[in-house]
Design a protein around this ligand. Structure first.
Ligand SMILES: NC(=O)c1ccc[n+]([C@@H]2O[C@H](COP(=O)([O-])OP(=O)(O)OC[C@H]3O[C@@H](n4cnc5c(N)ncnc54)[C@H](O)[C@@H]3O)[C@@H](O)[C@H]2O)c1
Length: 515
């Protein structure tokens, strides 16, 4: 245990929502974390809360970092002494409330306690680092490391230097962020709003103008984002989107720069978010989500962030011998051919469908929130021919039983029913089913946050039953009437590690549709 822990100290100042998340992220890789808060009682409460949270994450298979929950918690301590917290620390992450007077006073105190080796990073969402560091003796060590809420699930961190921040501190902060599993970006200089909020405000301003001018309703603005732009932006930036939408970026500029310029020129002045338009926007939003329903809707939003729902529509998973790709309409004809086979119908307990019904089924797999499907390609064949249809050998699915959004079911965990079918006779017996199932299980844990898997097989399907037993599932039910056997496996740390060791190659990458 001792070898996995580090000697270096990290101080977290302020033990609210953001401070506690940072503490867990640093403890995840073994840093000695000290939490300080101005109210000692809050530190004790934060420690109790952090231990509970770490254990919960471990039980759900969501724990980050390389240590167990107990090992991580052993790295975290609390103090009511600011000097003790920051003296000798490699890194200080300040997480006090968003008030300049509080931040300035605090940095003044910290300045007296630290030496030249300590990075002083602020979580501030809005203040440029020069605003609270100018007078400090150690001002060249101060920067912003701005997280996105909730940092445990959203990895972006914006690193922002003040004009006097020395590059070695910015570089070291970036290195640390990568080490704890976050995704840092470094701004070359400080700027109001950093990057995330500048982009967010540009979108907010244009949506505001579209509503103010009576062009779109609030509801339809959301559709433009959630069913359009946002789907790309979940995994691609606007510049790469443009690059892909033409024959490269220069070609995109040639084709569209005049139009984009002309449209942008019509965008109008920066709106003030107040007055009659604010009332109208608020009214429409409250019709969509009444104020008393906000907690429920937030719980839903957080579940979506955690589970990355429907992300599989845009992702492919590369294994050693198989590649998993989204189920597209172009695959339906071959799938439909397979399912005419009576043996496959029996093994998968499926009714024969007409081609039109199969297209409907494909759409429902794409649209329904409780379903996740990938088609299985023979990797060698795919790389040789570049033809998905020729390389298609089967499919794998997870049906999700999601907790209700009001949290009424107690522990709120997600159960996933896993299915695998290798339909091409020539692909059977080559462990393609084994690998595809493991890739899917791992995706289920990491992207869909499944806490328990269920597998139901026909009692005549010996290979499938043996496979789930070897995957450490246990038989929980046998139905003589339906000739079915149910297996279950709860997700825990050891099993995740076993899965990771079994699938040596597992790369989740954006799915590039063929032109
Ligand atoms: N909450 C978010 O969504 C979010 C996202 C990104 C960044 N941030 C930034 O993170 C920082 C903290 O936000 P939060 O949401 O965790 O706030 P919070 O109010 O939940 O927690 C702040 C904590 O700081 C403590 N505190 C107050 N004065 C202090 C002092 N002088 N010394 C030590 N501790 C002190 C408070 O007791 C409290 O526990 C802010 O700068 C905020 O802008 C917040």
């Amino acid at each position: 245990m001792a070898t996995k822990m580090k000697k270096e100290k990290v101080a977290i100042i302020g033990s609210g929502l953001i401070g506690r998340s940072w503490a867990m992220l640093f403890a995840g890789v073994g840093y000695q974390v000290t939490i300080y808060d101005i109210i000692p009682d809050i530190v004790s409460k934060a420690l109790v809360e952090t231990e509970r949270e770490l254990n919960k994450l471990e039980n759900e298979g969501l724990l980050r970092g390389s240590l167990t929950a107990a090992e991580q918690f052993a790295c975290i301590s609390g103090t009511d002494n600011l000097k003790a917290a920051v003296t000798g620390a490699l890194y200080v992450q300040e997480c006090v409330p968003e008030r300049l007077d509080i931040k300035k006073k605090l940095y003044g105190e910290v300045d007296g306690f630290v030496g030249p080796d300590t990075i002083l990073a602020s979580s501030t969402s809005t203040f440029m680092p020069s605003l609270f560091s100018e007078e400090l003796k150690h001002r060249s060590q101060v920067l912003v490391a701005h997280p996105v809420n909730p940092p445990y699930y959203v990895p972006l961190v914006e690193i922002v230097p003040a004009p006097w921040t020395k590059p070695e501190y910015t570089a070291k902060a970036r290195e640390l962020m990568t080490e704890i599993g976050q995704k840092p970006v470094t701004l070359s200089r400080q700027i109001e709003g950093f990057a995330l909020n500048r982009i967010q405000y540009a979108i907010l301003n244009e949506t505001w103008r579209l509503v103010a001018d009576g062009i779109l309703s609030v509801k339809d603005i959301d559709v433009v984002m959630s069913e359009g732009l946002g789907m790309r932006y979940a995994f691609l930036g606007p510049l790469e989107t443009a690059h892909l939408n033409a024959e490269g970026m220069l070609n995109y500029c040639e084709r569209y720069s005049n139009t984009i310029y002309a449209v942008s020129e019509t965008m109008g002045a920066t709106p003030r978010m107040e007055g009659k338009v604010a009332e109208q926007v608020a009214k429409e939003l409250e019709e969509m989500v009444p104020i008393e329903k906000l907690p429920e809707r937030r719980a839903w939003r957080d579940a979506c962030t955690r589970q990355g729902m429907k992300l599989n529509e845009h992702l492919q998973i590369n294994g050693t011998n198989v590649v998993l790709v989204p189920y597209e309409s172009k695959h339906v004809a071959k799938y439909h051919e397979w399912m005419k086979n009576v043996e496959l119908q029996e093994l998968t307990a499926s009714e024969p469908l007409s081609l039109e019904e199969e297209y409907q089924m494909q759409r429902s797999w794409r649209q329904d929130e409780d379903k996740c499907t990938f088609l299985v390609l023979d990797r060698q064949e795919f790389e040789r021919t570049g033809d998905e249809i020729a390389a298609l050998i089967g499919d794998t699915n997870i049906f999700l039983q999601l907790p209700p959004s009001d949290g009424t079911d107690g522990d709120g965990s997600v159960v996933g029913e896993i299915e695998i079918m290798i339909a091409e006779p020539t692909a059977r017996g080559k462990r393609c089913g084994w690998e595809a199932t493991l890739l899917m299980l791992r995706f289920g844990v990491e992207y869909l946050r499944v806490a328990k898997f269920v597998a139901i097989t026909k009692d005549t399907n010996r290979p499938a039953m043996r496979m789930f037993e070897r995957m450490q599932f246990s038989e929980t039910l046998r139905s003589a009437v339906f000739h079915e056997v149910t297996f279950e496996r709860s997700v825990d740390r050891e099993w995740i590690e076993w899965m990771r060791s079994e699938v040596s190659s597992y790369a989740v990458i954006p799915y590039r549709e063929e032109p």
